[in-house]
Write a protein of this length. Structure first.
Length: 185
């Protein structure tokens, strides 16, 4: 469990006024005078249910308050997902023709988030990115030759090419494929 307090938190406040012709105008004034807080719980587990099989899982629940109060108060700070979950499973074959071949699969869940509005003048407190699941996979092979330890690995991030958004309204990374070669001696 955790509780974090942020002092002198920066916030923007929309200031409206009528100009000489009676047209509403506004600007955003930045202030550094707020105490905000985050409370929650976070845990990670690393399990080995069978030889050569590893599971890594994590969960976090975060409740935030921007500390402003009144009409400008909200319970979810921009960019913070209330619930997040991850699971990664990796199995390495221990014997036979495919010995040292590793297969992995992972999933990440992120709850909906209140997004940072890219327009500093328009303050839209309802701008939200939807919750999403994202999946990753890997295939690896390790072997030794003349006292050199080799590791070949293929990773696919965002396996199903899920469209999702980051807190600053930028689309998340589409499917990526990486191949790496590792050598240790």
């Amino acid at each position: 469990m955790f509780e974090i307090t942020y002092e002198n938190f920066v916030r923007g406040e929309r200031i409206s006024y009528l100009d000489e012709r009676g047209i509403e105008r506004f600007f955003v004034e930045t202030r550094q005078d707020v105490t905000a807080e985050s409370k929650g719980i976070e845990f990670d587990f690393v399990l080995t249910p069978l030889p050569n099989w590893q599971l890594v899982t994590g969960y976090s629940y975060i409740k935030t308050d921007n500390g402003i109060g009144g009409d400008n108060s909200f319970r979810d700070t921009k960019g913070v997902a209330r619930n997040q979950f991850s699971l990664w499973s990796r199995y390495t074959i221990g014997e036979g023709v495919l010995e040292n071949l590793a297969i992995g699969f992972g999933a990440i869940y992120r709850d909906k988030i209140r997004m940072v509005d890219p327009d500093p003048i328009r303050i839209d407190d309802n701008l939200r990115a939807p919750a999403y699941w994202k999946f990753d996979a890997m295939l690896g092979y390790s072997f030794t030759t003349q006292s050199l330890n080799w590791n070949l690995q293929l990773n696919v991030k965002n396996l199903f090419d899920k469209q999702y958004y980051l807190p600053n309204v930028i689309p998340g990374t589409p499917r990526e494929v990486f191949f790496s070669v590792g050598l240790s001696f």
